[in-house]
Ligand binder design. Structure first.
Ligand SMILES: [Zn+2]
Length: 128
């Protein structure tokens, strides 16, 4: 399946070790996930802003079976919903603890983006 043009900028950023947030050049609002038009003002004049990479873990779950197509071989892995300090939320992978599990992650925990240039998704680890 071809990569959608709308998320290519996001993936290009990840490939360079950067977490990018789509930003509307008309109203300066941030959008996550990327869209074809700004949901705030409907402008299609959209660019990218580099995120600080820090945020708060809002939810965490570990997948041990039934991974989505293309990711079955990566099970088990943990997914978290992260609210970035910029205010937008995204789904990301969580770096496992030293024992290979994710039991130390809890909601409301501070997390930080971890560049992983061979991945197409954002990865986070505990920040404290
Ligand atoms: Zn806008």
């Amino acid at each position: 399946m071809a990569t959608s043009a709308i998320i290519q900028g996001f993936r290009d950023g990840l490939a360079q070790g950067e977490l990018l947030i789509q930003k509307c050049n008309s109203c300066n609002q941030l959008n996550m996930y990327p869209r074809y038009a700004c949901p705030h003002c409907q402008s299609d004049d959209l660019g990218w802003q580099k995120a600080a990479g820090t945020g708060t873990l809002m939810s965490v779950t570990t997948l041990r079976a039934g991974g989505p197509e293309g990711f079955e071989h990566e099970i088990p892995y943990a997914l978290g919903i992260v609210r970035l300090d910029e205010g937008v939320q995204l789904l990301g992978r969580l770096v496992p603890d030293a024992d290979g599990e994710w039991s130390s992650y809890t909601c409301d925990q501070k997390v930080a983006f971890t560049p992983a240039t061979d991945k197409v998704y954002a990865t986070f680890e505990r920040a404290e």
